[in-house]
Design a protein around this ligand. Structure first.
Ligand SMILES: Cc1cc2nc3c(=O)[nH]c(=O)nc-3n(C[C@H](O)[C@H](O)[C@H](O)COP(=O)(O)OP(=O)(O)OC[C@H]3O[C@@H](n4cnc5c(N)ncnc54)[C@H](O)[C@@H]3O)c2cc1C
Length: 351
């Protein structure tokens, strides 16, 4: 039998599967020995009153195992002998585009100017150690893109983006914690992100796609006004000597997923009269509060969050003279990272 229950319980009762099972036994008469599996479908914290509750929607499998996985898996089939498309950039946009191409039966050729996510770590450590920024491998450039070494928050307030469930499922299929499927404010975690990204790359390669690192797109190949491929410069380092090779890749379609820092790409397109459209930007300021203070205010208690509650957050949204003003994200306990993408650039900071 499968029971779906809506629970409103104390944080210490929601702390683990064991404590939830104990609650189910005490309040719903379900013998913990009969519980074969427990799935948390939704989790949120209600801190509006002095007593804080955790709202949980759970599925309890009593005397039977779940018949389906916790999320639908996508079957990525081989596209080895299928038509190709080039994807420039292996940030989230590029990686998800490549996986989607595979679903559609198209072979992705991914071109990334930076290094793979593990080698990129060394260049990122170098930025903090000696303030030297490698213009091709930094917080913005390299496999995983601009957010690869950040918190990996997945929460969006926007209602315009459609259903994001599939994105969460794809992350889970590549090693993210199942908690992102149920948390009201899901996040991947800095420690897990690199291996999730690597698993996505492995899916692309296993299906017959290609991933080229340290290969920077320099121009489009054009036939009349149609794009038929790209030119790129590959950098190889042997015995501390750097070699550069010019390459060209041909395919009937090119997806540009080069992110906000690829100024050279946009300058190139602008100079060639290729139509590009500026995107609105939001200008931000960083506010710092002691995490303990926010915990005290949001959880209405002097001792703060205690053992069973996560770091508290708040969000602020208002309109000023017809423009939206809103808090973007909170990163309790996070560090401020120097997200410059070039040696002469002022340090841009991201949390
Ligand atoms: C420090 C920091 C923290 C962040 N934290 C979060 C967060 O917690 N949650 C969240 O949702 N968002 C976060 N973001 C924002 C998020 O990272 C971006 O919205 C996201 O990375 C955009 O994805 P993208 O694929 O469009 O571009 P990008 O991630 O910028 O990827 C573009 C890729 O293209 C490559 N590229 C560029 N030019 C070329 C070229 N000529 N040839 C080949 N390759 C090229 C780059 O090397 C890069 O890998 C953060 C950003 C930063 C900087």
């Amino acid at each position: 039998m499968v029971k779906e229950l809506q629970l409103r319980i104390l944080p210490e009762q929601a702390a683990s599967e064991q404590t939830i099972c104990k609650y189910l036994s005490d309040e719903h008469g379900i013998n913990p020995k009969d519980v074969c599996a427990l799935r948390i479908l939704k989790r949120s914290i209600d801190a509006r009153q002095r007593t804080i509750f955790v709202n949980l929607k759970v599925q309890v499998f009593i005397g039977e195992q779940p018949a389906t996985d916790a999320f639908p898996h996508i079957e990525y089939k081989s596209v080895e002998d299928k038509p190709s498309a080039i994807v420039v950039g292996a940030g989230p946009g590029g990686l998800f585009a490549a996986l989607r191409l595979i679903e559609l039966g198209i072979r992705p050729i991914v071109i990334e100017r930076g290094k793979n996510v593990h080698e990129r770590r060394k260049d990122i450590a170098q930025i903090s150690r000696s303030h030297v920024v490698d213009p091709e491998s930094n917080y913005s450039f390299g496999e995983g893109g601009a957010g690869a070494f950040s918190d990996g928050k997945l929460y969006t307030r926007s209602k315009k983006r459609g259903n994001v469930e599939k994105i969460l499922n794809v992350f889970c299929q590549h090693g993210a914690s199942l908690s992102i499927l149920s948390d009201a404010h899901p996040h991947l975690g800095t420690d897990r992100l690199p291996s999730i990204i690597e698993n996505m790359r492995n899916t692309i390669i296993r299906c017959g796609g290609e991933v080229h690192f340290q290969t920077r797109m320099t121009a489009f190949l054009l036939k009349g006004d149609k794009v038929c491929g790209i030119e790129a410069e590959e950098t190889l380092i042997h015995d501390e000597k750097t070699e550069k090779h010019l390459l060209s890749f041909e395919a009937p379609a090119v997806i540009l997923a080069t992110g906000h820092s690829a100024r050279d790409v946009y300058k190139y397109m602008y100079a060639r009269g290729i139509e590009i459209e500026a995107k609105d930007i939001a200008v931000g300021v960083r506010l710092e509060h002691p995490s303990h203070l926010i915990d005290q205010i949001q959880y209405h208690r002097r001792e703060g969050r205690g053992k069973y509650l996560p770091a508290a957050e708040y969000s602020y949204v208002t309109q000023v003279e017809g423009r939206g003003v809103y808090s973007f994200c909170m990163c309790p306990g996070g560090t401020v990272v120097p997200a410059a993408s070039g040696p002469l650039e002022q340090f841009r900071y991201g949390g």
